[in-house]
Design a protein around this ligand. Structure first.
Ligand SMILES: Cc1ncc(C[n+]2csc(CCOP(=O)(O)OP(=O)(O)O)c2C)c(N)n1
Ligand SMILES: [Mg+2]
Length: 364
């Protein structure tokens, strides 16, 4: 019943509706949620953050499951644990701002408002996918959502994102480009070539380093001389800071500050979001570089969804029942996406040479 009512309401109404519900159940003690006065968000916004992060979490869990069943092939990198980064960043930017990221990209797409059906169908290689089943997990795009991919080459999103910012500078449209990359990518050479140009031309580009503490098979601590990655812009005069990437409000505030800097014409900014991925790097990962206990501890003490859940309940923004209704709604969206992804046909053979670039050499 509650779900049905929620579906009839706009998100803004849901917030008001839920805010009025009594906070009956006390959440389990984890890290202490801030008291009402210091939770700097409306009940409506808190619920939206909860919903958006949960959608990514459940979507990724389903993708992992479908991969295990052989329904998804090729590379697949899950975003579980890092949800607060994209949801917080989205909240501090406009839909017209551009987003570009790496291969760990499903969360970024969902946060941009891309259709879960189209993302899941791309994972299963079906015609209903964003790249008509020919791009897979790492290569999806949505021009109407200003989402520029999905890139498998480590470090590439940095240079491409800098190029998008250069285009926006030419267009003089005051739009910023959120350019995501990982801690491992931060050691790639092209990142610094990009920093140089971005600083020189004062490009409106926000480099968001998702520091999940591990690259493919090693930790930042073992592979990186300067582990404070937000300081990597010092040599170029690019300001930087770090934020708690497991706290959606902290990310939102840090991104808002950076966006203000960029929209004022002051050039690029580096934000290092301290986060953590719960799953392996990709779908097959012996994970010898960390202990199980470490993962369990982060999940228990720093989980971004548990955290906002606690904030919602302890501040009285909504009741446990209201959250359950969102859980149900999200589950239904993901189930629908998974069904669609299995029912959508595989691309026809005639699709083999469409939507791809054939160079003169290859064509001969
Ligand atoms: C140029 C290049 N070198 C190596 C690889 C193989 N590779 C894929 S992901 C990865 C690690 C990247 O780690 P990080 O930037 O921390 O991102 P995360 O996977 O943690 O999100 C590597 C080495 C690649 N895809 N591209
Ligand atoms: Mg990493």
């Amino acid at each position: 019943m509650v779900v049905r009512i929620l579906r009839l309401l706009r998100p803004a109404d849901i917030g008001v509706f839920m805010a009025k519900a009594p906070a009956t159940d006390k959440p389990k003690a984890r890290r202490k949620a801030a008291p009402k006065s210091s939770v700097d968000a409306t009940p409506e916004a808190l619920l939206q953050f909860y919903r958006d992060m949960l959608l990514i979490r459940r979507f990724e869990e389903k993708a992992g499951q479908m991969y295990g069943m052989g329904l998804i092939g090729g590379f697949c990198h899950l975003y579980i644990g890092q949800e607060a980064v994209v949801v917080g960043a989205r909240a501090a930017t406009e839909e017209s701002d551009a987003v570009i990221t790496t291969y760990r990209d499903h969360g970024h797409m969902l946060a941009c408002g891309m259709d879960p059906r189209g993302v899941m169908a791309e994972l299963t290689g079906r015609i209903g996918g964003y790249s008509r089943g020919k791009g897979g997990s790492m290569h999806m795009f949505a021009r109407d959502k200003n989402f520029y991919g999905g890139h498998g080459i480590v470090g590439a999103s940095t240079s491409l994102g800098t190029g998008i910012a250069l285009a926006n500078r030419y267009l003089d449209n005051n739009e910023v480009t959120l350019t995501y990359f990982g801690d491992g990518a931060a050691n790639q050479g092209q990142v610094y070539e990009s920093f140089n140009m971005a600083a020189l031309w004062k490009l409106p580009v926000l480099y968001i380093i998702e520091n999940n503490q591990y690259a493919m098979g090693t930790s930042t601590a073992r592979s990186t001389a300067q582990t404070k990655l937000h300081k990597r812009g010092d040599a170029f005069g690019i300001p930087g800071s770090e934020c708690d990437g497991m706290d959606v409000l902290a990310v939102r505030d840090a991104v808002a500050k950076a966006v203000k800097h960029m929209r004022a014409g002051k050039g690029p900014y580096i934000l290092e979001a301290m986060t953590y991925r719960y799953r392996g790097h990709s779908m097959s990962d012996p994970a010898k570089y960390r202990t199980r206990d470490e993962v369990t501890k982060v999940r228990k003490e720093r989980d971004p969804i548990d955290h906002i859940r606690d904030q919602i309940l302890e501040s009285g923004a909504a009741s446990e029942d209201a959250l359950k209704a969102i859980d149900k709604e999200v589950k239904a969206i993901v189930t629908d996406a998974a069904d669609f992804a299995q029912q959508s046909p595989e691309p026809d053979l005639s699709e083999l040479y469409t939507d791809i670039v054939i160079t003169a050499d290859a064509a001969e």
